[in-house]
Unconditional design. Structure first.
Lengths: 427, 172
């Protein structure tokens, strides 16, 4: 059953059917052919119970938060401020690219909007200061992926929802690996630019007075991040409640520290939020039904038998799963990759005794990699899309050092699971 | 489809109201003045409305994700055929799901079910809104299938691509 589901999944996706529809079809197929109960009767109930969810409403709220910050002009101001603080490092502006992308995708969760905004602000400056376009654009594309690991991450909410794993625990687990990767990105950039100074631009120093003036634009964002994450960790608020607080704070920040919000900006932000949310929800609702159909058709038992029968050790299976994600990540859009494979892969890993929180973090790093590996890497397209000239190859070459960091992070997570599990265990 | 844009804005405005409601609830709880209560429940109903009525908005704007690594290798004619196929299959599945959603609402109405919460919300209200969204999604996708077929058969290639072609996230 697993194999026929997996093969049909890939075949139907290759036909370019919408991913949510593919998952519905698979669920209906499993319900009709592999179950002795009339599972299809449960379809409506599954659709209702997965959409009427006070957990999932955190998704549109976090998307809205990001949309408001970006459309309110907060992102570009943050970039300028971060530039003043980080440009003295070898690699100059590139660090501002990474840091801005990290901060924004972390507060919102929409990595596409972030990458687009940062490249619009950063690219003209990079060109006029004579940066090598490859590393410069690569850093924006790679930095944008960090937001799906650093909480509040929409992807972690989806993972938690579909696998019944605690979302605050996942948020705690993602924090350390996310920050480590941001730091590693910066170190790699420094290293590369010290070896080949031609890659970076002029290293510029700004006076402390100027830096502190820039803080006006950094502190509100850091405060927003602190309140949203802090209130979840401290147990004061659920992820949904903290998202709602975050939206109000974002409106305040955009009004008082950004370009302000007019009716057009607000309606654009709302419209974008609904479109992105609905796109995500069709996939989630369908995956939820597929999950239900596969579980009711007795998949857990069959999976166990399959693994015992295959003679593969748990570690061997893990390596196989990782290899699978890396290969699929070349071709399949990331959200779909994640949601479509969770019903198949996570039960296998749980059955083998791997921690679901830990595996979630590992999965997210793999998904981040898929965002920037060609030929289908969304962030590559986004950054290239905002460039006026040059070829996609530049961006692809530019992300390679960062892909290497991600591979190292995967190895580190396997060797030292505590990178992810330590924070959830002490708090 | 202007109607769908209006629907999206209405949903967005509802979302903003929900934000205010949730925050008020949290603040009241923190300062120990009791709470409005039910913010969890209300927000779940809002989510159900967004996740049904928003679907057709995403459909008309071609925002539902499709994987195009095979499609992009084809000639234009082949791409149009794949777009049409995707739309027809989508239409079929959406109709099926919408039909399967009806019994949920039907049972609620027959039994007069209320939510098992302090609010005792009569469930037909949120479920009615939710089912309406799926019905609208089914209507929209049927309309799009017919429009697409017309454009395809009458050779309006540009209009066809604008209606059913591959949307791009770059347009966001």
């Amino acid at each position: 059953m697993i194999w026929s589901v997996a093969v049909s999944l890939l075949a139907l996706m290759a036909l370019s059917l919408p991913v949510g529809i593919v998952l519905f079809l698979l669920g209906i197929g499993v319900a009709e052919f592999y179950s002795s109960f009339p599972l299809l009767r449960g379809l409506g109930q599954m659709v209702w119970s997965s959409s009427a969810s006070s957990t999932l409403i955190a998704i549109p709220l976090f998307v809205l938060l990001g949309e408001i910050l970006v459309r309110g002009g907060v992102a570009s101001r943050t970039y300028t401020a971060l530039d003043k603080w980080l440009s003295w490092l070898p690699g100059g502006l590139i660090h501002a690219n990474i840091a801005t992308a990290t901060m924004f995708s972390a507060t919102s969760g929409s990595s596409v909007a972030t990458a687009a905004t940062v490249s619009t602000v950063a690219l003209p400056q990079g060109e006029s200061l004579g940066y090598d376009p490859r590393l410069f654009t690569g850093a924006i594309a790679a930095g944008g992926t960090l937001g799906i690991l650093i909480p509040p991450s929409i992807n972690l909410i989806i993972y938690g929802f579909l696998t019944e794993t605690s979302i605050p625990q996942l948020f705690l687990a993602g924090l350390l690996p996310g920050l480590m990767m941001a730091l590693a990105f910066i170190l790699v950039t420094v290293g590369l630019c010290m070896m080949w100074p031609i890659l970076g631009g002029p290293s510029r120093r700004f006076g402390w007075a100027e830096r502190f003036r820039g803080l006006v634009h950094l502190v509100p964002i850091l405060l927003l991040f602190g309140v949203v994450i802090g209130s979840i960790y401290a147990g004061w608020a659920t992820p949904t409640e903290s998202a709602a607080i975050g939206v109000l704070m974002a409106i305040g920040i955009a009004t008082f520290f950004g370009d302000g919000l007019n009716v057009l900006a607000i309606s654009e932000a709302l419209h974008g939020t609904i479109r992105i949310t609905s796109m995500i929800m069709l996939v989630i609702v369908a995956a939820y039904f597929l999950n239900f159909a596969m579980a009711s058709a007795g998949m857990g038992r069959k999976l166990g038998q399959m693994i015992v029968g295959s003679g593969l050790s748990p570690f061997g299976t893990l390596l196989l799963v990782i290899a699978l994600y890396i290969v699929l990540g070349f071709f399949i859009e990331t959200l779909s990759l994640m949601v479509a494979t969770i019903p198949i892969v996570v039960p296998i890993m749980a059955e083998l005794g791997y921690d679901k929180v830990w595996f979630g973090i590992l999965l997210i790093v793999l998904i981040e990699m898929a965002l920037i590996t060609p030929p289908v890497g969304l962030n590559l397209f986004v950054v290239q899309g905002t460039r006026k000239s040059g070829s996609m190859k530049d961006v692809i070459v530019g992300v390679m050092p960062y892909v290497a960091v991600m591979l190292l992070m995967i190895v580190a997570l396997i060797l030292l699971p505590n990178i992810a599990l330590w924070l959830p265990s002490v708090l | 489809m202007r109607a769908n844009r209006a629907v999206a804005l209405l949903l967005g405005a509802t979302l903003l109201l929900t934000v205010l409601f949730i925050v008020t609830d949290v603040v009241l709880r923190k300062i120990g003045r009791g709470a409005l209560g039910g913010s969890n429940e209300i927000s779940s109903y809002v989510m159900a409305a967004v996740a049904s009525w928003g679907l057709s908005c995403a459909l008309t704007e071609r925002a539902h994700v499709r994987i195009d690594f095979v499609r992009q290798k084809l000639a234009r004619r082949g791409q149009s055929i794949m777009d049409m196929l995707a739309m027809v299959v989508t239409n079929g599945v959406v109709l099926l799901v919408a039909v399967q959603c009806w019994p949920v609402l039907e049972k609620t109405i027959l039994r007069g079910s209320t939510a098992n919460t302090p609010l005792e919300t009569p469930l037909w209200i949120p479920q009615g809104i939710w089912f309406g969204g799926w019905l609208w999604f089914a209507l929209t996708s049927t309309a799009l299938t017919l429009i697409g077929l017309y454009y395809l058969l009458s050779g309006h290639t540009k209009d066809f691509d604008a209606t059913l072609g591959m949307g791009s996230e770059l347009e966001i």
